[in-house]
Design a protein around this ligand. Sequence first.
Ligand code: BTN
Length: 241
Amino acid sequence: MEISVLPSAVSTNTLVKEKANSGASEGYMILANEQTAGRGRIGRSFFSPKNTGVYLSLLLRPKNYSSEQAVRITTMAAAAVCVAIEEISGEKAEIKWVNDIFVRGKKVCGILTEGSFDLESGLLDFAVLGVGINVYEPYNGFPKELESIAGAVFQEHTNDAKNRLVSEFLNRFYGYYTAPSLTKYIEEYRKRSFVIGKEVSLLSSNETKNAVVLGIDDHCRLLVKYADGTEGCYSSGEISV
Ligand code: BTN
């Protein structure tokens, strides 16, 4: 594993993607102390201030992963971040499907996985797994528009917490990624998913629907029941509770 630690990066995902395209191997990782243009899901930005967060991107080249299997990378990372947060901080970490991590009711971590697929085989060529964790409150607070949503893992400075979170996350993630069975990670993912049994609004393919979440299956797909009694299944999308 090769790790580059940078004082600042535009976006660690963008940099690792460039490295992937020029042949870097699996395990190549960039860890930055701030991002000047951190990216989130669905074209959003990710607030990445100096010193208070962990911003990392990891290059993966799994063999024979279809697009369905590629989704696992994100959910394995979500489970691994939760376990790491709980181990290092003692706080309970919860998952809002698919991959937002909450502590004390506020979002403390976002995950953005970007895949590049081989056009002929349809298999994953590489994936860049990007993880952003708000470890501490930013020095000047969160921007107004994030104030009610975003939070930090720790309320007070804790020695070495950032390094310990990164190393615990990597150990957990590789454990799940290399395990012969998916059972352990799915169990960890499912037991921290706080949307099960709740009524949610589901945004997928530009359409919003209300539904009750019935559960999460072994592919980490969301199983829902709509008001008219019919059922649905989602492998991606955005929910609000
Ligand atoms: C989200 O919540 O929408 C996903 C946020 C992902 C942020 C991480 S920080 C490290 C990596 N580099 C980026 O530009 N984004 C991801």
